[in-house]
Unconditional design. Structure first.
Length: 272
């Protein structure tokens, strides 16, 4: 057993726990072409995003940082929101307020709501950190803020009518600058099949939707998610965000090659 594990067992009795300091992502001085860019893989729960993301990681790790790496270092260093200028901070604050309203108005136990809201804070904090710190590589993320904050971003966009000040439009534009999105989707029937398989393998897990709701409710949730993603893509296009749509039922290697070509393309445009 490792020394850290032995010490943790001893110290836990006194409420103390050792933890490994995460890798400082600013220490990498070998700048990659992806620097300054964010690519997010989005899609409905159960479509197979995580599996595909893990399939992509070995061919992307030389050129990109990944979501969990950035979350670890941003959480260790504390809040990254101090990196924001005033108008951008107000924009992020508006998203978080709306997310708080959406999370706590839903069904479920308070403990689950608090945990969920904390998750979203960490997600957007990591995004801010990756975009406002001089990292040597870009961020390739499974999900990311365009997935986890799609309802809130759509809400904010809808508020931007003719009476809103220009700097509020500018804050949303800056949020989307140098960001690209890959939509990984499949027919609802295929997603339901995947979710049933997940439920049978890990019943009651946090992502086992069938444990918390019946098939009809899960189906309605997927359809709402698909509708939300379509609206989100429409908004992203208005702000010049590059989008790649992939069919999750297609061959993994074929989709992988499309992702690599897409990443090279958006980097070239960004550097051009």
């Amino acid at each position: 057993m490792q020394l850290t594990s032995l010490l943790n067992k001893l110290l836990l009795t006194n409420g103390v726990q050792l933890s490994k300091v995460p890798k400082d992502l600013t220490a990498d001085k070998r700048q990659r072409p992806s620097v300054g860019h964010v690519v997010e893989l989005i899609g409905p729960s159960g479509v197979g995003k995580t599996y595909f993301y893990n399939y992509l990681r070995p061919v992307l790790e030389e050129g990109w940082f990944f979501r969990n790496e950035v979350k670890k270092i941003s959480n260790y260093k504390g809040s990254s929101f101090s990196l924001l200028q005033e108008q951008d901070a107000l924009f992020i604050e508006a998203l978080l307020k709306k997310k708080h309203e959406n999370v706590f108005s839903g069904k479920g136990a308070l403990q689950r709501k608090v945990s969920l809201y904390d998750f979203f804070i960490r997600e957007i904090s990591a995004d801010v950190y990756s975009r406002h710190t001089k990292l040597a590589r870009g961020l390739f993320s499974d999900e990311g803020v365009t997935h986890n904050f799609s309802r809130e971003v759509l809400w904010y966009h809808e508020q931007l009518n003719e009476g809103v000040e220009k700097n509020q439009h500018d804050a949303l534009q800056r949020f989307f600058d140098n960001r690209s999105v890959i939509l990984y989707d499949a027919p609802t029937a295929q997603i339901i099949k995947n979710l049933k398989k997940r439920s049978s393998q890990k019943p009651g897990a946090a992502n086992d939707w069938f444990h918390y709701a019946g098939e009809q409710e899960v189906t309605e949730f997927i359809e709402r998610s698909k509708t939300s993603k379509r609206k989100m893509l429409s908004v992203l296009q208005q702000y010049g965000v590059d989008i790649l749509a992939l069919d999750a039922t297609m061959d993994l290697d074929s989709n992988k090659e499309k992702v690599l070509e897409f990443c090279s393309s958006v980097i070239s445009v960004n550097k051009g």
